[in-house]
Design a protein around this ligand. Sequence first.
Ligand code: NAD
Ligand code: FES
Length: 294
Amino acid sequence: MYKILKADKLAANIYRMVVEAPWVAKHCQPGQFIIAKMNEEGERIPLTICDYDREAGTITIVFQPVGASTMEMAKLQTGDAFEDFVGPLGQPSEFVHEDVEELKKKKILFVAGGVGTAPVYPQVKWLHERGIQADAIIGAKTKDLVILEDEFNAVCNLYVTTDDGSYQRKGMVTQAIQDLVAEGKKYDQCVAIGPMIMMKFVCKLTKELGIPTIVSMNPIMVDGTGMCGACRLNVGGEVKFACVDGPEFDGHLVDFDLAMERQKMYKTEEGRAILREQEGDTHHGGCGHCGGDK
Ligand code: NAD
Ligand code: FES
């Protein structure tokens, strides 16, 4: 069992839990995710890691209830436990493999939207711990939905923008990027994590601005194990699976329209049948767990 050491609410409908999971905490890197299961029969819920403490042996997750399982999960309290908490899964963010001295020469801009702010945090923190101060934009619909502001302020140069202008800058994250560039900021790299529609439009803009951009395709994952085929993507003309090959990809190569269309279809029985017909077996293969390769 994996005990919840602390459960609190960051904003209306956004929950945070600190979970005792020493093995995951020891081995995880920014960009990776875990799969939580509340009980034997429970659904597998893939969630990107929001923070980790190797010494305390804890992992922090942040989530927004969107279906029956996450709504049940939101009821868990401090002292309750997960039956299963598997990870770390997926590939770490690319920069963790880069030479730190080379990274120090780069100006990186992180763009975090809504609940997608949570998975950005371990990335800016990792860089800060190595003496690299990135810029970050947090975008939220309103003031009440801005999360982790203090945590970000401690590890990067933060710009907050709200769609309605109720706090700090006014407008969506794309407006904030344009403003920062107009103010003379130059970026070598952008990392954008948030709703698919946000990542699509950030990528459209950064392509025009000539800033290479990484995105996290976590939102299209379902089982997170390479078995269900839900997270199949077209990246630069190649088939990729977010949960196995990602979740992070070159955003300028991701076909967002196809990904959003597939995500919609995958929600219904009929849609899944059409996808099977069009794509054949959507199983990723090679996972070694489900026997689908045999
Ligand atoms: P939201 O709809 O409140 O949007 C957050 C911000 O994204 C907005 O304030 C705005 O600045 C920006 N944005 C939204 N639409 C945009 C557009 N068309 N153009 C430019 N910018 C735009 O976000 P939310 O309701 O908190 O987010 C929920 C979504 O986040 C879910 O769909 C979830 O799947 C996704 N999410 C993604 C990740 C990931 O790893 N990519 C992680 C957690 C959650
Ligand atoms: Fe099911 Fe990736 S989430 S295959």
